[in-house]
Design a protein around this ligand. Structure first.
Ligand code: ADP
Ligand code: MG
Length: 323
């Protein structure tokens, strides 16, 4: 199979056809029509075999995750997803792998009505997948990491640490029951991007970020960009029943520092708390976890109100992996 057959067979057959795509896959470039008055929001994420996933990883989960992490970045900006590009390098043409990958990829694309409009395909010694996603936000309404002010409350969209539990189970460091593992593995392998929450938080949140490297690290980015500090209360952290069952053995740091949760962390000024209350019934996972303060850095309080120092920092590709 040559490159063009491969593109035609797997990538050009995709389920979403948007009216704002004047020209999609097949020409030298795509022609896209953003809505008037909206800003284009653009993001990309790289997945490398052996670094971000194991060579024998389920291809459907990989297809899902490759797109999900990009949609999560758009969600964190308050953007409405529209289009994406797929750059993929493969060691060989494996029909079964490609079919699985496309199944996972396009199921999520259909769910969020995002259209694959182009990309590039090449052979390489190992699999590399880079998706670039595009979305829109009304001019000036994007949620950024800068904008948190002292007195703002800090929230997350849902439970933290389950992806980290699945990773530890897979590495033999923790023993989850079959039912617990099934739930946690779903969080690790098929994270849900919180697109609807991001859209609903426009005009309400003063800052937002998606948690890919761990709550403490990613909240830290908000604090740095906003020139503020924060108080975080462990007693308020939303944890799943599986996490609570293992809390005594695992401790807090998996929830604080593992990452891969893809929940949103955001801040809300006191004046917008009533507006947040009004959308909360749609997003029951939203939980208040702390407060923005003057100064810098995160101050974590344990359940007794005493200072707590996490033993692990967030995930960083250029530091050693201790997970
Ligand atoms: P060029 O040589 O101009 O880069 P290609 O032959 O690489 O063109 O691509 C032909 C068409 O197929 C282009 O529209 C390109 O965007 C699309 N395409 C190539 N690879 C992919 C891919 N992995 N997913 C989606 N579209 C792709
Ligand atoms: Mg090309």
């Amino acid at each position: 199979m040559n490159e063009f057959d491969l593109i035609r067979r797997y990538f050009a057959r995709q389920p979403v056809m948007r009216a704002d795509v004047a020209l999609g896959i097949g020409d030298d470039a795509a022609l896209l029509q953003p809505p008037p008055g909206q800003q284009l929001v653009v993001t990309t994420d790289l997945l490398v075999s052996g670094v971000h996933f194991l060579p024998d990883a389920d291809p459907a989960a990989l297809g899902h995750k490759a797109l999900a992490v990009n949609l999560s970045d758009l969600a964190a900006m308050g953007a409405e997803p529209a289009w994406f590009l797929l750059n993929i390098a493969l060691p060989s043409v494996d029909a079964k792998w490609l079919a699985g990958f496309c199944e996972g990829l396009f199921a999520l694309a259909r769910q969020y009505n995002v259209q694959l409009v182009g990309g590039d395909t090449s052979r390489a010694p190992q699999t590399v997948i880079a998706i670039e996603a595009h979305g829109f936000v009304p001019a000036g309404q994007a949620l950024t990491r800068a904008g948190a002010k002292p007195g703002d409350r800090i929230f997350v969209t849902g439970a933290l640490g389950d992806a980290g539990l699945a990773l530890r189970h897979r590495r033999g460091r923790l023993r989850l029951s079959d039912a617990e593992f099934a739930l946690c593995a779903e969080c690790m392998d098929r994270p849900s991007p919180h697109v609807e929450e991001g859209l609903a938080l426009r005009g309400i949140a003063s800052s937002a970020i998606d948690i890919s490297d761990g709550l403490v690290a990613d909240l830290g980015h908000i604090l740095e960009m906003s020139h503020v500090g924060a108080r975080l209360e462990l007693a308020r952290l939303p944890l799943s029943p599986a996490y609570r069952a293992h809390l005594a053995g695992v401790g807090w740091d998996v929830a604080l520092a593992n990452g891969d949760d893809y929940e949103l962390c955001f801040t809300v000024p006191p004046a917008n708390l009533a507006a947040l209350e009004k959308i909360k019934h749609r997003f029951p996972g939203i939980t208040e976890i702390g407060l923005i303060e003057p100064g810098s850095g995160v101050r974590i309080l344990d359940v007794a109100g005493k200072p707590y120092l996490p033993k692990t920092a967030g995930h960083d590709h250029f530091s050693e992996d201790t997970r």
